[in-house]
Design a binder for this molecule. Structure first.
Ligand SMILES: CC(C)(COP(=O)(O)OP(=O)(O)OC[C@H]1O[C@@H](n2cnc3c(N)ncnc32)[C@H](O)[C@@H]1OP(=O)(O)O)[C@@H](O)C(=O)NCCC(=O)NCCS
Length: 158
């Protein structure tokens, strides 16, 4: 892509920009409180365009680390800059950083309908290890009989 992009750990002052990214580009926004909690208690990285001032946050990944496992909680990329390899970059940094903290397994859950994200995870070597039926609530217009959809569980051994 043309604009210079920087990838770095998120800091507290990134909160408003991450809240905005979540609100605009996450189809199931977390909202301010959950984003703030994640920024305080988890591992967080952001991607931002640094070609202009102020910098614009274009991507965010948040993950928890418990003993030798790290779980992806959310990855979101600004809708205007998708399919340019930015999510892949964030996933690689997450994986490489937690590997240095003695993490040996990455975990994640994703909606069964989220084929783009599933394709991203599979392209990075994640393997489907389980399915939780009726795990997520879905929007009225796309509702199944139960109004819910399955979660797919993926892992990757480092
Ligand atoms: C899923 C998401 C993070 C992908 O971000 P992205 O920056 O567009 O992904 P990348 O460009 O790094 O894609 C890398 C690879 O993943 C796969 N991929 C990503 N998006 C895809 C899509 N919509 N359809 C099919 N494959 C897709 C492709 O294999 C792609 O490689 P390619 O472009 O060379 O074919 C982004 O679409 C997003 O923010 N979605 C909303 C939030 C979300 O659903 N997050 C995941 C659940 S936590």
């Amino acid at each position: 892509m043309n604009v210079p992009i920087s990838l770095r750990p998120a800091v507290a002052s990134d909160l408003p920009a991450i809240i905005q990214l979540d609100a605009l580009s996450n189809p199931h926004p977390w909202g301010e409180k959950l984003v703030a909690d994640a920024l305080q208690s988890r591992e967080n990285w952001i991607l931002e365009s640094v070609g202009c001032t102020p910098h614009v946050v274009l991507g965010w990944l948040t993950a928890s680390v418990v003993l030798d496992q790290s779980e992806l909680e959310l990855i979101v990329i600004d809708s205007s800059v998708r399919r340019q390899g930015l999510a892949r970059q964030l996933m690689m940094v997450w994986s490489e950083t937690v590997a240095q903290q003695d993490v040996s397994e990455l975990l994640l859950e994703v909606r069964e309908s989220n084929v783009g994200a599933i394709s991203l995870y599979e392209s990075l070597g994640f393997e489907l290890v389980g399915r939780r039926k009726n795990y997520y609530q879905i929007e009225k217009k796309a509702q199944t009989e139960q109004g819910r959809e399955a979660a797919c569980l993926f892992t990757k051994i480092l």
